[in-house]
Each structure stands twice: as structure tokens, then as C-alpha cells.
Design a protein around this ligand. Sequence first.
Ligand code: PEP
Ligand code: MN
Length: 349
Amino acid sequence: MIISMKLRATREEIDEVCEQVKQFGYKVHSIEGEERVVIGVVGVGDVTACMESIEAMPQVDNVVRISAPYKFVSREFRKEKTRIKVNGTEIGGDEFVVMAGPCSVESEKQIMQAAEAVAKAGAKLLRGGAFKPRTSPYDFQGMEEEGLKLLEKAKRATGLAIITEVMSERGVDLVAQYADVMQVGARNMQNFMLLKALGKCGRPVLLKRGLSSTVKELLMSAEYVTAHGNPDVILCERGIRTFETATRNTCDIAAIPVLNELTHLPVILDPSHATGKRSLVPAVSRAGVAIGADGLIVEVHPAPEKAMSDGAQSLDLAQFQKMMAELQPYLELWRESRKTQEAALSAGR
Ligand code: PEP
Ligand code: MN
């Protein structure tokens, strides 16, 4: 159940509602927006009696019953897709948003070349890891703050917004100084301390699906961020681990329409990590556009053969430009069908 308080309800009025809810055996979790407070109600109790009692309170605007265990991120709570503004671009809005750049920030020359090329080809956000979660401790771990500074420089030169990974709770404040979007990597999808801290970071969060995580677990992780105060979460399908070895991961393309039914949060696709192979990236990207993703995050490197991480799945600058050009007819169809598809989803059809 979610209770929306009337605009500018007082502290006492909010507390009174919380106390009333607790009488029915529930726990409360309130999110204080600038104007309005919403209270998430979780646990077991007599829902009907509780709802009736709360609806009768004059300080309450409305009460919605939500059956899913994830409340704030569910389509039941919010019918319309959440639109997230990032540096003049809207994710989850009327345009398909492409984020692109190298797996890791490696040098000034590398990130500037990548940034200029991806901006020219139509990307709106520059990706690049400064803190890298590597399987081996002996592999390149990222340039850390120096890498963040280079991203800032690339932003100044191109106007692109920055998306970069934050690996730990301790890193949140530092990364938030530079990032427009905070990326949570697949390996950290259930780092609950990190998710809680991101609830207070004041920046949108891109949450990547864990390697062996279900859609429900992904949504529960998104719920952590929203329940801790940050409604701006973007979900990312990046492939999951299966018995298949022909691709690095198995792209669960159907997860995109599944998520579009279950949540109002924007959903994007990472065709690079989903396949692990550059030659497959354009086809999987087209699939993402066709199936109703809100955007892509693609690895692009000026010299993939020299990349310090994920070279095999990175497009070079010309390949990215070509892919973007070839996506255009698909993007036109995406724009044409966007409104009808969203109307159907928000009507629950
Ligand atoms: C990345 O984006 O470079 C990355 C490490 O992705 P993931 O967390 O999906 O493996
Ligand atoms: Mn990578």
C-alpha cells in the first residue's frame, strides 16, 4: 500500500497517519519529497480495514493498494513512465537515448577522442569507468579520481553528460561530484549499503542487472534506492549468465518488455556486455530499439585492440557512427509507436 499525503501536510499529520498504520500491524517507510510525503506500507495485516481507516483521514490525498513486493517502482504505483532529466536530455521520455564511450577511462587522448566521436554520432551521455570492478585483482582497476577529472574535461568539451560507475558506499560522494548518472555495476546490484547511500546521492542512478539476478531481484534493488529517497532510477539489461557460451552473457531481451509491464522506471539495454562481441552489437541494439527499450549503453573505443578492458566488445569510432546511422529508420518507428505502446502499458493492457 502507498499513501500519498496532501500537499504540505504537517509533521504531526504525517506522524498521525504512520501511527494509525502501525495499529494494523504494518511497518511504514516514508519518503519526503519537496512538497509531498508518500508513505510506503509493508508487512502483513488487514489491508481492507487499514485502507478504509487511512482513506478517511483528512490529511491523506489517496491510498493505492500494491500487490507487488516492490512498491514505489511498480506500475501499480505509477502508471506513467518516469522521465529522468539529465543535462537537458530526458531518459524515459519521447526520445531514445544513447550512452556511449569506452569501458574504462584510460587517458586524456582516448576519452576526448571517444567523446567527440560519440557526440557527433548522436549519443547524449558519455560512459567511461574510472573505478573498474574487474574479475582479476591483477587487471587494470581504473584511473579513479584522475579518470573522473578527465570525464569532466570531456563533458566541458562536448556538452555530453557523464555516466560512470560507483563501486562502494565510500565512493558515492566523490563520484557524485563528477557524474550526471551514477552507474551501479552488475556485480554490485545487491550491494545494499551502496543502494541505500545512492538513495541520498542527489543524482540519477543506472542500476545494472546482476549476472544471476531475476527481474524481481532487480526491481527489489531499485526499490532500495527509491525507498531511501531517490526516485530517479534507470534499469539496465546487460545479459545474464546461462549455460550458453557463444556469447559472453545471454541477452535476456524479453526482460525489457517484462520490465516495461512491471515498472514505470526507464529501461535501457547494454548490447556490449550482453554479447561480449563487437560484431553482434549492432543487431542486438536494433532488437533493443524494436522491443521498446528507452535507450542503449554501448562500449566504444578509439582503438579497441589496445583497450585496457572489454576491447573485444567495443566498437571503434567508425563502427559506432555506422551503427547509429543504421539505427535511424528503427528510431523513427520507435518514435511513432512510443505513445501507443506507453498508453497501453499504463492502461495495463
Ligand atoms: C561496465 O559497464 O563496464 C561494466 C563493468 O558493466 P557490468 O557491471 O554490466 O559488468
Ligand atoms: Mn565494460
